[in-house]
Design a protein around this ligand. Structure first.
Ligand code: FPP
Length: 259
């Protein structure tokens, strides 16, 4: 029996409050790959009469805390949806701010991430990223490429449908050039053409802020992933909430279509 101190408030998953002990979570199966749709920064700021960018800045600090916690728990990969291909539609000032955040994050925290053996990676269309953003993440990737701890994978200018189309185009091209035969196409080969290769598919997807949708995030990779949705806004998300998500995951029976 887990040593869990429960202080239930209400009955739904997202409103109940409980204290989950890290040592207990560590006794169960830790999801190898966790993906997070970090949502609610704007609403967090609005509630405090602050500009939306203040919510994004607070959200960046939460990224640091959750990365540390995930690494300490032995999670192997953490994929964070930081900017979608649709986010370009936001006001120019907000887009510019969001594109500066990876730099600020890495300028501030890269030495610590290196110390903690974290490996930084990105998925997404790099070609549309501002040079300063790309330079910062490429430096971080290069400085951490030999690290063997948590893979901190930022989805930056990422869109799943576009990723899938691009995989199809690459496969067609490889068939045309004789590099592969069309009879070789199967799920495993297709996965190798996705930007997430060689990461395994996420075991757990978390989305904050009460929205219950995928918003073009890892549509192929999430086929058998366990979902955990919470009303908590991303800037309010804590290490304890991560433990809660993992604890819920540990109680689920994953059957992958079997019985
Ligand atoms: C969605 O909330 C959030 C984003 C589009 C940006 C997420 C970015 C961060 C959390 C910071 C990333 C940090 C690094 C290091 C890259 P929203 O703005 O749509 O919130 P709303 O739905 O309440 O308006």
């Amino acid at each position: 029996m887990l040593n869990i101190l429960k202080k239930w408030k209400g009955s739904s998953q997202t409103t109940k409050e409980e204290t989950i002990v890290k040592a207990d979570v560590l006794k169960g199966e830790i999801p190898e790959h966790i993906a997070i749709i970090m949502d609610g920064n704007g609403r967090w700021a609005k509630k405090r009469a602050l500009p939306r960018i203040a919510g994004h800045h607070e959200g960046m600090k939460v990224v640091r805390r959750i990365t540390r916690q995930a690494n300490e728990l032995g999670v192997k990969a953490l994929t964070l949806y930081a900017f979608s291909t649709e986010n370009w539609k936001r006001p120019k000032t907000e887009v510019e701010y969001l594109m500066k955040l990876p730099e600020e994050f890495l300028n501030t925290f890269l030495p610590e991430l290196i110390e903690e053996n974290v490996q930084v990676r990105i998925i997404g269309e790099k070609n549309r990223l501002p040079v300063h953003t790309l330079r910062a993440v490429e430096k971080a990737m290069s400085d951490t490429k030999r690290n063997t701890g948590l893979i901190l994978n930022f989805a930056l200018n990422y869109g799943s449908r576009s990723e899938i189309i691009s995989a199809v185009q690459k496969i067609a091209n490889d068939i045309k050039n004789g590099r592969i035969d069309e009879t070789a196409i199967n799920e495993s080969l297709f996965s190798e053409y996705l930007m997430t290769n060689p990461l395994k598919d996420p075991d757990l997807l978390i989305r904050t802020s009460g929205e219950i949708r995928l918003s073009n995030f890892m549509l192929w990779q999430l086929a058998y992933t366990e979902f955990w949705f919470t009303d908590i806004l991303w800037p309010d998300f804590t290490e304890q909430n991560l433990l809660e998500a993992i604890h819920t995951y540990q109680q689920r029976g994953r059957r992958f279509g079997g019985v």
